[in-house]
Design a protein. Structure first.
Length: 485
């Protein structure tokens, strides 16, 4: 019997790689899973192969989840069982066009969930797995897609599972949406579309909070832990009126050397390691940027102001001047020309304005406005974070109070019913649902829940005094700073 050939380290790594392949409709679907549900979902997707039978029973082991996602916490199989049960109930919503109209279809992903029952003590490692089948309705985007997969025709997104093992759920969703456009190099996504995809249309009403808590945090993780880079400073906020309507993300692939360093692998040494080399992709990117700026401003700078094409091109090629610098120099030159302040040539004035960073009253006013806007944005983020923390601490205190005294909530509801204004709202709600309100109704209805929380604070003021004393002055101070801008 011939000896089995020993695999090299590189071959072993290749064999261990798990590939996630999704139809693009599924990448852009509406859903949001928590971190354990997402681990379970990605384990399903990466386990599917083109040779799978349609009625195949898939198995996800707890030990594999721990290994593949580098789980270091004290969690147990119980975390996987609970996640699988929640996942079993959840759906994804896939949109499509039909006869010029937008439609949506809601799908479950799995069926026939089989798991180890809770409370059986330690030593059941041989049974710590989940069995299930793929729901037939979702097969076109998972199983069937892999069976007929044709990279030349199908619209798909694929990546190595190891790219997302250290990301949180928002980070994984954003990574997939941007990875889909990696070859194009950029992607523009409407804010409403992102929130719709993540099922958080009613959360983060302030854009600044959404950007800081969801987008920026996720992008930092993507840059640090995956095979693509999204330069945060180059993310463009596209406005409609005063509101940010969309975000344009630049997308760059990491080099093999960057990936090797990221993954702690040995970097292949070459004859050129001691020589500083400018990669071709970087050079072409800079050249493209120069071409874009030249094309955009040539009609004004060259044809209107009279700067020679070669002079303008050389200036751009230095890489010193951004689009905003050129726009400022153009605005200053136009106003100086209108006010007959240019003594010699317009071309010379523009060149000096660009090189020296000339400003005038209007440009200073613009700068001041931008600075105020940036300052306001920072204060609003700080204010939002304070309000969120205040709400969290109040909720924690209410949970503590209601756990030790169940009558607190009932007392608050009685107080609401005895107040003429709030009692009218309760009656209107009861009329709309055709029955008296129950305790669960107060929990589920956001307006009623807020009324109960505020009433508990009112009737048990002493219990919240420490929290309010800390947060209210800070919130008031920031609100005053915003009002003063």
């Amino acid at each position: 019997m011939p000896r089995k050939k020993k695999l090299t380290k590189q071959q072993k790594r290749k064999k261990q790689l798990r590939l996630v392949v999704k139809a693009n409709q599924l990448v852009e679907a509406k859903y949001m899973f928590d971190i354990w549900e997402m681990r379970f979902f990605l384990s399903i997707v990466s386990a599917i192969t083109p040779s799978d039978e349609e009625d195949k029973v898939y198995r996800v082991w707890y030990r594999d989840i721990k290994k593949n996602f580098q789980v270091r916490s004290n969690s147990s199989y119980d975390a996987l069982r609970k996640a699988a049960n929640r996942f079993f109930e959840k759906t994804v919503v896939i949109g499509y066009m039909k006869e010029g109209y937008e439609r949506e279809t809601k799908y479950h992903i799995i069926q026939g969930l089989d798991y180890l029952k809770a409370g059986q003590g330690e030593g059941a490692a041989s049974q710590e797995y989940i069995d299930f089948r793929i729901d037939p309705a979702i097969r076109p985007y998972l199983l069937d897609f892999r069976k007929r997969f044709d990279p030349t025709q199908d619209r798909y997104t694929s990546y190595e599972l190891r790219n997302v093992i250290n990301l949180q759920t928002y980070g994984i969703r954003i990574y997939e949406l941007l990875k889909q456009y990696e070859k194009i190099g950029h992607r523009t996504l409407e804010v409403s579309t992102l929130k719709d995809c993540f099922n958080i249309t009613d959360e983060y009403p302030r854009f600044t909070n959404f950007y800081q808590m969801v987008i920026k945090r996720s992008i930092k993780d993507i840059n640090a832990k995956t095979d693509i880079t999204i330069p945060i400073t180059e993310i463009e906020k596209i406005k409609k009126g005063r509101k940010v309507h969309a975000l344009r993300f630049p997308i760059r692939s990491k080099s093999q050397k960057e990936l090797a360093i990221l993954r702690g692998e040995a970097v292949q040494q070459t004859l050129f390691d001691d020589v500083e080399v400018v990669e071709a992709s970087d050079t072409s990117e800079e050249a493209n940027q120069v071409d874009v700026l030249f094309s955009e401003f040539e009609p004004i700078v060259v044809k209107s102001f009279g700067v020679t094409p070669s002079t303008f091109f050389k200036l751009l090629n230095t890489g010193k001047y951004k689009k905003t610098d050129i726009e400022q120099a153009i605005s200053v030159t136009r106003r100086a020309k209108y006010n007959q302040e240019i003594k010699k040539s317009v071309a010379g004035f523009f060149l000096h304005a660009l090189k020296e960073g000339y400003t005038d009253v209007k440009e200073e006013a613009k700068k001041s406005k931008r600075q105020k806007a940036q300052q306001q944005e920072g204060l609003e983020v700080e204010l939002s974070a304070l309000k969120d923390e205040l709400a969290k601490q109040i909720n924690d205190k209410i949970k503590e109070l209601t756990a030790s005294d169940e009558t607190v909530t009932l007392e608050a509801i009685d107080t609401i019913k005895s107040n003429r204004l709030t009692e009218a709202l309760v009656r209107a709600k009861e009329k709309s649902i055709g029955r008296p309100l129950e305790l669960d109704d107060y929990r589920k209805d956001e307006r009623l829940r807020t009324m109960v929380i505020n009433t508990i604070i009112q009737i048990r003021r002493g219990q919240f005094e420490d929290i309010l004393t800390i947060f209210n002055p800070k919130i008031k101070a920031i609100e005053q700073q915003i009002a003063a801008l």
